[in-house]
Design a protein around this ligand. Structure first.
Ligand SMILES: [Zn+2]
Length: 225
């Protein structure tokens, strides 16, 4: 178990879709906030998508509104990058993330796992890794002063991770995490994401003796020459 000293820790989250960050790391984010960390949630992709019951524009409006409610309840900063779905890994998509990292100057960056099923999740994970490395380089002056972020934490979403580095007991905030996930009405009504997250967190807690409920993470330390 890694015990963070959350006081004044700066945590920058990059998600593909509204709800990723709470499903995978809502417990950690809630504990960090209570412990005195400064959080920022960056939503990378445009959530517009043609649905059977909604136009793409309606879907975008609904999901951005839900994201905003979560930001308000978590009382944190936020950004919306509005990138197209299924982003390719190129400089055009990496540089907006470089700008966010350089502006916020995080101690910890948090994002999705790159072994996930959803191609958007894998793409954002790759973009974040590229952006962390590039943010530290003495280049791209238009995107801010270089900043060397040291720690990346990845969480699980559509697919439980096969190799995890640490677990965090989130039992004390499980009810609040469910409440935050519930703010993503449009998604929760399509699929019971609250029970899915609760079940996975319960499995992690019981099987690995990490408390009643636990979130699983992968951690990568970045070294710069
Ligand atoms: Zn997602």
């Amino acid at each position: 178990m890694i015990n963070f000293n959350f006081k004044n820790l700066r945590i920058l989250s990059f998600s593909a879709h509204p709800d990723d960050e709470i499903g995978g790391a809502g417990g950690l984010l809630l504990q960090a906030k209570k412990g005195g960390s400064v959080l920022k949630l960056v939503l990378c992709l445009d959530p517009a998508e043609p649905r059977l019951d909604k136009s793409p524009t309606q879907e975008r409006i609904t999901r951005l509104r839900e994201f905003q409610k979560v930001v308000e309840l978590l009382d944190c900063e936020s950004s919306y990058l509005g990138m197209e779905r299924y982003p390719v890994i190129n400089m055009e998509n990496i540089l907006p993330l470089v700008k966010e990292i350089r502006k916020f100057r995080p101690d910890i960056v948090i994002t999705l796992s790159d072994e996930d099923y959803h191609p958007d999740h894998r793409a954002v994970a790759m973009l974040v890794k590229e952006a962390i490395w590039r943010a530290g380089r003495n280049a791209f002056p238009k995107y801010g002063q270089p900043f060397k972020a040291k720690t990346l934490i990845q969480y699980e979403a559509d697919k439980p991770m096969s190799n995890i580095d640490f677990l965090r007991d989130i039992s004390d905030v499980m009810q609040e995490k469910k409440k935050l996930l519930g703010l993503y009405d449009s998604q929760v009504n399509r699929k019971d994401l609250i029970s899915a997250a609760e079940g996975l967190n319960r499995f992690r807690g019981i099987m690995y003796k990490a408390g009643d409920y636990a979130e699983a993470f992968k951690i990568t330390e970045f070294f710069y020459g």
